[in-house]
Design a protein around this ligand. Structure first.
Ligand SMILES: *Cc1c(COP(=O)(O)O)cnc(C)c1O
Length: 218
């Protein structure tokens, strides 16, 4: 079942677009089913769960952290994450950079743009992202790989399209303004309900959980 679902999605992805299998709340046995189907890229959003799953899975798995990360939890995540997609504050970015410099690493990050209306949602404003990239050179421990966003939680496609359009335009504008940031090319948008739409707006990474693993039991 998991295998078929992954293959269905892969079939529709343009080359160069990466599928992150979002495995939060699912047991390692489910992740292994995806692994056996060829999936190597997984996403988790809770530090504790992330740190527990990493050693349970084969070493060639690539892990993206996609959830809110508190600065006192960096040790659980940064040694193992190939990318942190969810840099949602300058405070977190600075802490990640400090950790990386102390540990002799460079952490791949996406800057999370605050999209949608929900007040609880984390994310950076366009102005903050602009300021960060203007001083990108001061973050020696961080590699800026692009933008991440979560569209408004709604069935209204025009709202989702507006969100995707905004983040997609921002990415193009930033690439034009900061041509020196060669690695700034990823756009992580699209989840189970809206990944096909996200492809229309230039997604290079989609993050799909439910459509692969089924519903989560919280
Ligand atoms: C859970 C989650 C997803 C996947 O959501 P689905 O609707 O299950 O595909 C994608 N991105 C983030 C940041 C998530 O927390």
């Amino acid at each position: 079942m998991i295998k078929e679902r992954i293959n269905e999605i892969i079939k529709e992805l343009p080359s160069g677009v990466k599928l992150v299998a979002v495995s939060k709340f699912h047991p390692v046995s489910a992740l292994m089913e995806a692994y056996d189907a060829g999936q190597r890229l997984f996403g988790e959003n809770r530090p504790q769960e992330f740190a527990a799953k990493v050693p349970e899975m084969p070493a060639d798995v690539h892990w993206h952290f996609i959830g809110h990360l508190q600065t006192n939890k960096l040790k659980l995540v940064l040694p193992y994450a190939h990318m942190v997609q969810s840099i949602d504050s300058v405070h977190l970015l600075e802490a990640v950079n400090r950790w990386a410099l102390e540990n002799g690493k460079v952490v791949n990050v996406l800057l999370e743009l605050h999209l949608g209306a929900e007040e609880t949602k984390h994310g950076l404003s366009e102005e903050e992202i602009h300021e960060i990239l203007s001083s990108a050179g001061t973050y020696g421990g961080v590699r800026f790989c692009g933008l991440m966003g979560m569209a408004t939680n709604t069935d209204d496609q025009t709202v989702i399209r507006a969100d995707f359009s905004r983040i997609s335009c921002l990415k193009s504008d930033l690439q034009a303004e900061f041509p020196g940031l060669k690695e700034f090319r990823e756009l992580s948008i699209g989840m189970s309900e809206d990944w096909r739409l996200a492809l229309e707006y230039g997604a290079t990474i989609i993050r799909v959980g439910t459509a692969i693993f089924g519903p989560r039991e919280y």
